[in-house]
Design a binder for this molecule. Structure first.
Ligand SMILES: [Zn+2]
Length: 399
């Protein structure tokens, strides 16, 4: 399976100069080809494919004005063209926004494929660089010398920290011992996670505190004159505050997802239309702060890594309005209603726990039919059968 290992790296001043120059070239290539492609589309009504964009890059490098593009490795320049193709594919498939221009103040990154770096015995040397790039390895279970990376990405965050990320195909996923339990997970704003077992994990409050700090730094920056040294200093503070918010959130998401994966053979979540919900202004900020999309990606790779299963059910499934005990479907359930009693069987429900139970039942139904999950080994079937007798499954319609 494919894994990425992201480490801090500490380039020498000479290496930093070359990397910063590479980032500058990448911005120029990205921004110019984006403008060119935009003009082609709106002027001549033609789409641009990778070969055409790559030919445009070659033509740019041949001009006197842009001859300095040849001073850096050609590999990341080509990769940036490739990335933009993917960005446009995602845009046309309505999975992403229109690709934006790159700014010099944001995060910078350069991706090297095999022909752009040498990696031997844990020593990394990038193209056009004479000396190895020092990095800090932080996976004690894996010796860096055994790694066979296929791509290497060097990045610099807006605070000036450097990172190198190794993507590699790792042979054996670490199979965690089966636990014999399954869980349905309802994701929310106040409680980040509510499980079908009734456990609630609140959205951490320290994030809100850090966010207030961030907002304060942003206001300060807005008052400084554009282009001034004070504005640059204020921007650095904003970037640091951003990093702290991001780091705190990522840490929370990692811990929460790791625990769910460790404790359960099968996890069921709802396919939330995060983009559609973010369109609702009042909820937008709260939702984009939650990191549901990132949480789902973490669950995906962690379940794959440890031989667990993740089932994602249809987001139109009425998980909140269905009674998990008898299957009765309410006509309506207002957003503010936290608890309700089933008119049919009389069971009292916590709104979110009931939803999580329904999500679990729907996920088990999906996995029993073999759709959406790859049945590997017996743990899945055992746990599905184990739950077969529980009241959760009774009366729940198949999707
Ligand atoms: Zn009921």
């Amino acid at each position: 399976m494919r894994m990425a290992y992201k480490c801090r790296t500490y380039p020498t001043p000479e290496q930093a100069v070359l990397l910063n120059r590479t980032f500058g070239c990448l911005r120029v290539v990205w921004n110019r080809t984006l403008a060119w492609r935009h003009a082609r589309y709106h002027g001549e009504q033609v789409k641009t494919n990778f070969t055409q964009a790559n030919a445009y890059l070659t033509a740019m490098k041949a001009t006197d004005e842009l001859a300095w593009l040849n001073e850096v490795s050609s590999v990341p320049l080509q990769q940036t063209i490739r990335h933009r193709q993917v960005a446009f594919t995602n845009f046309f498939a309505e999975r992403a926004r229109y690709p934006r221009y790159k700014s010099r103040t944001g995060r910078q990154s350069a991706e090297y494929t095999r022909s752009g770096f040498r990696y031997r015995d844990g020593v990394l040397t990038l193209a056009k660089m004479d000396t190895p790039l020092a990095f800090v390895w932080s996976w004690p279970d894996l010796h860096p010398a055994t790694l066979d990376p296929t791509t290497v990405t060097v990045s610099r965050d807006p605070c000036g920290r450097w990172y190198v990320s190794f993507a590699a195909d790792v042979a054996d996923p670490e199979q965690a011992p089966a636990t014999g339990t399954v869980v349905g997970v309802d994701l929310g704003v106040k409680d980040f996670v509510v499980t079908s077992d009734g456990e609630k994990i609140a959205n951490p409050r320290h994030l809100a505190k850090r966010e207030r700090n961030l907002a304060r730094y942003q206001r300060r920056m807005a008052r400084k004159q554009r282009g001034s040294g004070n504005r640059a200093k204020a921007r650095a503070k904003v970037a640091r505050a951003h990093r702290k918010v991001r780091a705190a959130r990522t840490d929370f998401l990692h811990k929460t997802s790791a625990r769910l994966v460790r404790d359960h053979d099968l996890i069921v979540i709802e396919d939330l239309n995060v983009r559609g919900m973010v369109g609702n202004r009042s909820l937008a900020k709260a939702i984009s702060d939650c990191g549901w999309g990132e949480f789902r990606r973490m669950l995906e790779y962690k379940t794959a890594k440890h031989g667990r299963h993740l089932v994602v059910i249809d987001r139109w499934y009425p998980s909140s309005k269905t009674c998990s005990a008898c299957g009765h479907l309410l006509a309506q359930l207002s957003f503010g209603t936290r608890t309700w009693q089933c008119p049919s069987c009389g069971t009292r429900h916590d709104r979110d726990v009931n939803a999580a139970k329904n999500i679990l039942a729907a996920g088990l139904a999906v996995s029993a039919r073999g759709a959406d999950v790859r049945p590997q080994g017996s743990s899945l079937r055992q746990s599905a059968v184990k739950r077969e007798a529980s009241p959760v499954r009774v009366g729940i319609p198949l999707l």
